[in-house]
Design a binder for this molecule. Structure first.
Ligand SMILES: C[S@@+](CC[C@H](N)C(=O)[O-])C[C@H]1O[C@@H](n2cnc3c(N)ncnc32)[C@H](O)[C@@H]1O
Length: 244
């Protein structure tokens, strides 16, 4: 009986060295996963605008190599749809928000059917420096502005088209950025943006929008003819038109 009572009493178990090592490794793994999510998967968006811009500045020199833009695909999916929308406007003005290393200006200005001018806007100085060097041969048909998307330094109704590719998910406020883009669009002007899709899109907690939600969101700014075009694994293109 004594023996049984003794066995049922709670005993204090000292964690072994093995347990401590396990706890430490698990902690490091969790911290590593959180850091990866914060800095790589969502590119600093939950840490604030300055971190996002800093990350682009320190990786600017590698950006084009990482993206491996395919000239034919960029012409087909970026330059041609825009040129088509601007076909009746020989002196079209285009604003590319979050221009990065100048992807949209580069492909648009190289398209023989486009004769207008492009302004590229981005807050990352090193991305802009690469864009300016790449597009120098186009002279005054292209210019760059260092600025974020939340306050576009242009009067209302200034542009025939506003583009913003692969960037909205990194902005502090997508609402404010779209409001500004619509404000600077001329009546009848076209907006071309991208919606993040694929499994990584859902890692942007609280920021993910389905295709239907995103189209509804854009219509909420008064845009017409809102439609989504499949594009890449991670992005769909979404077009809209400001009422004439
Ligand atoms: C993935 S890159 C896309 C660049 C370019 N549009 C392209 O498709 O190659 C995202 C860009 O968004 C810019 N960016 C980050 N935060 C921004 C903000 N608040 N306003 C405007 N641009 C921003 C970054 O500096 C970076 O150049």
């Amino acid at each position: 009986m004594n023996l049984i009572r003794h066995q049922l009493q709670p005993s204090t178990v000292e964690p072994s060295l093995f347990s401590w090592v396990f706890i430490l490794l698990a902690g490091i793994a969790v911290a590593g996963a959180v850091l990866y999510w914060l800095l790589i998967t969502t590119e600093g968006v939950y840490l604030g605008r300055r971190v996002v811009v800093w990350l682009y500045d320190i990786t600017a020199h590698r950006y084009d190599n990482i993206k491996e833009f395919d000239d034919e695909a960029e012409d087909f999916f970026v330059a041609r749809p825009l040129s088509y929308h601007l076909r009746d406007k020989p002196a079209a003005r285009v604003l590319d928000v979050a221009t990065g290393t100048g992807r949209v200006p580069h492909y648009l200005l190289n398209a023989p059917t486009f004769n207008g001018r492009v302004i590229g806007l981005d807050p990352a100085a090193k991305m802009l420096a690469l864009a300016a060097a790449k597009l120098a041969p186009f002279g005054n048909r292209v210019s760059f502005v260092r600025q974020t998307a939340d306050h576009l330094p242009f009067p209302d109704c200034s542009f025939d088209a506003v583009t913003c590719l692969e960037s909205l998910e990194f902005f502090p406020s997508v609402e404010q950025a779209i409001r500004e883009m619509v404000r600077v669009l001329k009546p009848g002007g076209v907006l071309m943006v991208t919606r993040r899709r694929g499994w990584e899109a859902k890692a942007f907690l609280g920021r993910y929008r389905s295709r239907e939600d995103f189209e509804l969101f854009l219509r909420g700014f008064g845009l017409l003819e809102v439609n989504t075009q499949p594009w890449q694994v991670d992005y769909a293109q979404v077009f809209g038109r400001k009422p004439a």
